[in-house]
Ligand binder design. Structure first.
Ligand code: AMP
Ligand code: FES
Ligand code: ZN
Length: 258
């Protein structure tokens, strides 16, 4: 995923996974900066940002902060309403865009996120239920950079969320425990619950589902994602790759500000 000594931008939410990831990348000798996005979600954003800042200070690491309300003129709840999207969809779109932009602008070798096995299994489950081949083609722990994309890596995909929580406890890392209030009851959480029910009765199912996908199915659907990349051109407003006239993030931001 990374070369020794790489400059990495770690997307940190203040939660257990991304703080564990930042901690271990620093210990492994990577030149790892953090990136925190203030999404403007009630008290949750203030509290999660506090954990990210406290960790950076304790480790003497550099944390970049992009505050959506202050720096971009809108927050996620407003963006979601304006774009008529579910909050988590507006949020995911904004995160992907801003991670990519920050990594390219800062000249990082890769952007790393804290997605764990439970996250990947829930996303895979959703993609399979809809047979979304384009999403399946892009559901990889490593996505190469180039043509307006930063390299993306998810180093924790082999670990369950209880393992990253245990790591934080053992390392004395304080993290935000509360869930995002906007995510309550969303599809992703329902898929996680469903997979937990199956895992309880048949331990090992999650790992078999996800790693079987990577070994046997991902190579078959890769081409779909590659074909999609061929239709991309730079957004005239921000330069990000898009298939639309103006990219979805610029459209959302413009509507939210209006
Ligand atoms: P989520 O989409 O909330 O499941 O988070 C997946 C990963 O995205 C986390 O492990 C972090 O690496 C990153 N992330 C989530 N929220 C933020 C945020 N507000 N700022 C920076 N990175 C984030
Ligand atoms: Fe994105 Fe809650 S963190 S909607
Ligand atoms: Zn754009």
């Amino acid at each position: 995923m990374l070369e020794p000594g790489d400059r990495v931008l770690v997307a940190v939410s203040g939660g257990k996974d991304s703080l564990a990831l930042w901690d271990l990348l620093l210990d492994l000798g990577y030149d790892a900066d953090g990136l925190y996005l203030g999404l403007g979600i009630e008290d949750y954003s203030a509290s999660s940002g506090g954990y990210a800042r406290a960790f950076a200070e304790r480790r003497g690491a550099h944390l970049r902060v992009v505050d959506l309300p202050a720096d971009l003129g809108f927050d996620i709840p407003t963006g979601a309403r304006a774009a008529k999207r579910a909050p988590c969809s507006a949020c995911g779109l904004s995160k992907r865009h801003l991670f990519n932009a920050a990594a390219l602008e800062g000249g990082y070798a890769a952007v790393a996120t804290g997605h764990n096995l439970d996250d990947e299994v829930a996303v895979l489950y959703g993609n399979v239920l809809r047979w979304d081949l384009a999403y399946l083609g892009r559901q990889q722990p490593v996505l190469p950079g180039g043509d307006g994309f930063a390299r993306k890596v998810k180093p924790l995909v082999r670990l369950g969320e209880r393992e990253t929580a245990a790591y934080c406890v053992l390392r004395g890392i304080d993290y935000v425990v509360e869930e995002c209030p906007m995510a309550a009851g969303n599809r992703h959480l329902r898929y996680k619950e469903a997979m937990n029910t199956i895992e309880e009765r048949s331990p090992g199912t999650k790992a078999a589902f996800y790693f079987g996908f990577l070994d046997r199915v991902a190579p078959l659907v890769e081409a779909t994602a590659a074909e999609e990349r061929e239709d991309l051109h730079p957004c005239p407003s921000c330069g990000s790759p898009t298939v639309a006239e103006v990219c979805a993030f610029c459209r959302l931001a413009e509507r939210a500000r209006a």
